[in-house]
Design a protein around this ligand. Sequence first.
Ligand SMILES: Nc1ncnc2c1ncn2[C@@H]1O[C@H](COP(=O)(O)OP(=O)(O)OP(=O)(O)O)[C@@H](O)[C@H]1O
Length: 361
Amino acid sequence: MIELADVSKQFDDKTVLDGVTARIGRGEIFAVIGPSGSGKSTLLRLIDLLDTPTGGAIRIDGVDIHAGKEQSLRTRRMMGMVFQKPAAFNSTVTENVAIGLRFRGASESVIRKKTRDALALVGLAGYEDRRARTLSGGEMQRVALARAMVIEPEILLMDEPTANLDPVSVEKIEELVLRINRDLGTTILFSTHDMYQGQRLAHRIGVLMKGVFAQVGSPRDIFTVPASSEVARFVGTENVVEGVVEADGNDFSVVDVGGVRVRTKFSFGRGENVCLCIRSEDIRIAPAGGGKATPGKNALPGIVASVSPRGPFSRVTVDCGFALSSVLSWKAVDDLDLREGSRVTASFTAESVHVVRATRN
Ligand SMILES: Nc1ncnc2c1ncn2[C@@H]1O[C@H](COP(=O)(O)OP(=O)(O)OP(=O)(O)O)[C@@H](O)[C@H]1O
């Protein structure tokens, strides 16, 4: 439905988008995630016709949306947009929601009915006559969602819709987004710097880095099979370490990480520089000598370098010749009597080690 074909955007000398390519299907929820300044808002602004690309094309149902007035008017009718900081006009909630309908010349009775329906959709029935400026941030963002939905758009764009909200309001907006997609079939494209929000809401995620999608895939793919060490780090993989392939079999490699040998299920060429990505939740900690290495499992002796609290868990970092972080419950930390200097064995399966080529900048 939405096709981003080699989209680029330059501001003066600065290239922000440098060939963004993806296809977003009808009824899909697609998240654009990426670090601050990676161009998420710029991309959404291009799709929302607030700006024009310097290269490539954005097509909706095969029509280049920037090709001319007719094409952009057609696109306008199909799309609703929610911004990070919604503008609240100094009038009633109804008037704030009705803007798109007034623009289309809808009659007063249609406006009344549709704004009431849109406010009910976002859980704000009864708010019709409130002054918009008296609303809380979470309520105002729901008004903005009602304003976008009142025109019954086929596509809903949202630029960091929950960036300024408290956790309870975030949850409400997220529930609404899922419900709108499920009940109305609206295609939803949104940006966030919160990878877990991407995971909670999206069918697919595009990771925007250095002007391109470094990876497009399901949340599961992005988390478990990141395409590069940068993506791995961005999605919170705690252990990303560089090494050199020492031995290569048909379906495994042994990688030398600063003198420590790590088994993986991946096959890479001998001598190749690689990055090993190991999620901390995949690492088990046992007392020294408490785990045996097998062809499918690593068991590295090490010394606990630090134990630091993380909500209901603790992060335990072990020096195995290189630093390896694991996440354990408080009880496990107590049971194992883990403290700085404890001798332990850190074990993890060869399968849990994801290998990517090392990238040099
Ligand atoms: N109109 C403009 N003129 C010049 N530079 C711009 C303009 N708009 C955006 N930029 C630059 O483009 C880059 C990307 O900005 P953008 O707001 O798209 O990033 P973002 O990923 O949405 O960031 P954030 O997560 O912080 O909101 C930034 O370096 C920004 O300064």
